[in-house]
Design a protein around this ligand. Sequence first.
Ligand SMILES: *[C@@H]1O[C@H](CO)[C@@H](O)[C@H](O)[C@H]1NC(C)=O
Ligand SMILES: *[C@@H]1O[C@H](CO)[C@@H](O)[C@H](O)[C@H]1NC(C)=O
Ligand SMILES: *[C@@H]1O[C@H](CO)[C@@H](O)[C@H](O)[C@H]1NC(C)=O
Ligand SMILES: *[C@@H]1O[C@H](CO)[C@@H](O)[C@H](O)[C@H]1NC(C)=O
Ligand SMILES: *[C@@H]1O[C@H](CO)[C@@H](O)[C@H](O)[C@H]1NC(C)=O
Ligand SMILES: *[C@@H]1O[C@H](CO)[C@@H](O)[C@H](O)[C@H]1NC(C)=O
Ligand SMILES: *[C@@H]1O[C@H](CO)[C@@H](O)[C@H](O)[C@H]1NC(C)=O
Ligand SMILES: *[C@@H]1O[C@H](CO)[C@@H](O)[C@H](O)[C@H]1NC(C)=O
Ligand SMILES: *[C@@H]1O[C@H](CO)[C@@H](O)[C@H](O)[C@H]1NC(C)=O
Ligand SMILES: *[C@@H]1O[C@H](CO)[C@@H](O)[C@H](O)[C@H]1NC(C)=O
Ligand SMILES: *[C@@H]1O[C@H](CO)[C@@H](O)[C@H](O)[C@H]1NC(C)=O
Length: 490
Amino acid sequence: MFANKKHFTSAIVGALIALSIIALVLSLVRIEDVTLPPTVKYGMVFDAGSSHTSLFVYEWDSDKENDTGVVSQNLSCDVQGQGISSYANDPPKAGDSLRECLDKAMKVVPAGKQRDVPAYLGATAGMRLLREQNSSAADQVLAEVTKTMQEYPMAFKGAQILTGEEEGAYGWITINYLLESFTKYSPKAHAWVRPEAANIFGALDLGGASTQISFMPENSVMNWNETSKFTLYGYSYNIYTHSYLCYGQNEMLKRLAKELIVESSSSTQVDHPCYPKDYNETISLSSFRTSPCTNQSDPRLILGDRNVTLEGRGNASGCLAAIKKLFNFSACGQRQDCTFDSVYQPPVRGQFIAFSAFYYNFKFLNLTKGQSLATVRETIEHFCARSWENVQNPERLPKYCANANYILTLLLDAYKFNETSWNNIFFQMKAGSADVGWTLGYMLNLTNMIPAEPPARVKGHIPSLWAAAITFIILTLALGLAALLLLLWV
Ligand SMILES: *[C@@H]1O[C@H](CO)[C@@H](O)[C@H](O)[C@H]1NC(C)=O
Ligand SMILES: *[C@@H]1O[C@H](CO)[C@@H](O)[C@H](O)[C@H]1NC(C)=O
Ligand SMILES: *[C@@H]1O[C@H](CO)[C@@H](O)[C@H](O)[C@H]1NC(C)=O
Ligand SMILES: *[C@@H]1O[C@H](CO)[C@@H](O)[C@H](O)[C@H]1NC(C)=O
Ligand SMILES: *[C@@H]1O[C@H](CO)[C@@H](O)[C@H](O)[C@H]1NC(C)=O
Ligand SMILES: *[C@@H]1O[C@H](CO)[C@@H](O)[C@H](O)[C@H]1NC(C)=O
Ligand SMILES: *[C@@H]1O[C@H](CO)[C@@H](O)[C@H](O)[C@H]1NC(C)=O
Ligand SMILES: *[C@@H]1O[C@H](CO)[C@@H](O)[C@H](O)[C@H]1NC(C)=O
Ligand SMILES: *[C@@H]1O[C@H](CO)[C@@H](O)[C@H](O)[C@H]1NC(C)=O
Ligand SMILES: *[C@@H]1O[C@H](CO)[C@@H](O)[C@H](O)[C@H]1NC(C)=O
Ligand SMILES: *[C@@H]1O[C@H](CO)[C@@H](O)[C@H](O)[C@H]1NC(C)=O
């Protein structure tokens, strides 16, 4: 009997010890891990630019939705052929052009999740120009891409034309999200902290038909008409952003050719200072009519179907001078807070990421390693003087001299970077795991993944360790008490 009682007591004590160990283990494991295993979510965005379209598929853990820097790029796919605006005369082809990339995307998203994938198409300056020219053609193109996307098993959320300011702002959001400049979890402070305002990056984007600049200016010089205000993670940001339509690199090249032709005395052969020596390009004057950027009524040019041969001269200084004429700097007078055409811009501030065509052109010229402005100028001058036979590689090669001089003019004369602030421009294509562009910021905003409120979720095991310790102490005390009572009773 006594022995039985003793066994019984030991059994009870053993059970209590086991229970307290289980409680300890359970309290050490995060509740989320037990009840909500994180699932991977996906989203996709088509960037329908003026010269080409790309598809980006993003993924992230559902339980980290509101943190910065957790979205990664799963896939990027370049659509074959021209931008969707080039299908104005055959809109169904615009829809068809997307299929190859959509098929690829369907292969990376598990079948069970496809129906939940938010899918967007955003079109930029090429479609802004087409809408200006023929809005019903632009509507038809959008209707066709919508039709195609709706055939796929995903949550289609819309195809629309972004304004230039949205394009600029979303690029700015993408960069600062990827570089975690909005908010960052500090394991030391166990809290979300906002990095210094000085660590917020500006965004420089150069496309085929437009270019955007976006940055956080000094508050004191803010012109409230030109700023967008966002509240992200509990802080508000006043961003200056401006988009220049017809100042993308392809439209710029067209405007340059048109100006050179208009000013030339010859009607069939025109010198082109930016093209390499021994390089000729024949263009038809009717090609100017396809864009509102070159189809302004210009009394100096009767647009016929005449063909003109542009003859390369490889003249760096002549190229720079010709490009400067594409800007109306005199409209700013002596004002420093003005770029050209009387457009207001506060002084540039902080560090900038220069991506898209800013990056591609400078990458080709090996100028993305933080070279000084003097080195950059010298390299470009040297490159412009090379003749065509030295420059092997077809297609875009003859354009690099013009593009590089255009970039210099835009950054220095228009935006007013100087020798010092030049060193704050970083030419790069990626930040962290993703390509830099407007698409990620666009998706984050439209899926409400950048909350206005600061993150509240507490991360880490520290609080649960405390809970575990307390549970353990209470259980041990209870156990001791129970054992004591049992022994006394026995
Ligand atoms: C993200 O933030 C929104 C709004 O603040 C909130 O409703 C949502 O539950 C949050 N999601 C997660 C996973 O924390
Ligand atoms: C505009 O586009 C529509 C549809 O493509 C076409 O039928 C129409 O002729 C175009 N209008 C002009 C002025 O080009
Ligand atoms: C701001 O816009 C208003 C009206 O749109 C205009 O009257 C005012 O002059 C603008 N202010 C500046 C500083 O540009
Ligand atoms: C370019 O055109 C000029 C005449 O317009 C001709 O003399 C020259 O040979 C051409 N060069 C090439 C490489 O075709
Ligand atoms: C080009 O401009 C002329 C005159 O302003 C206009 O009649 C014509 O429709 C324009 N062409 C296009 C394609 O916009
Ligand atoms: C312009 O050149 C193209 C081929 O390059 C030719 O088909 C066209 O007939 C030419 N146009 C004129 C007006 O000479
Ligand atoms: C280059 O162009 C400039 C300006 O058009 C001109 O003054 C200069 O003579 C040209 N240089 C050469 C080598 O052709
Ligand atoms: C530049 O802008 C000013 C002021 O708007 C205007 O008077 C001038 O004609 C423009 N110059 C050119 C070359 O367009
Ligand atoms: C850039 O650098 C690479 C390798 O160093 C070289 O092959 C290439 O010619 C350079 N490009 C230019 C435009 O100088
Ligand atoms: C360069 O620009 C920055 C900001 O725009 C300005 O603070 C600085 O004084 C300028 N430096 C020179 C040498 O002009
Ligand atoms: C993001 O979306 C909200 C609406 O959900 C809108 O009010 C806000 O202006 C958007 N942000 C940007 C940068 O466009």
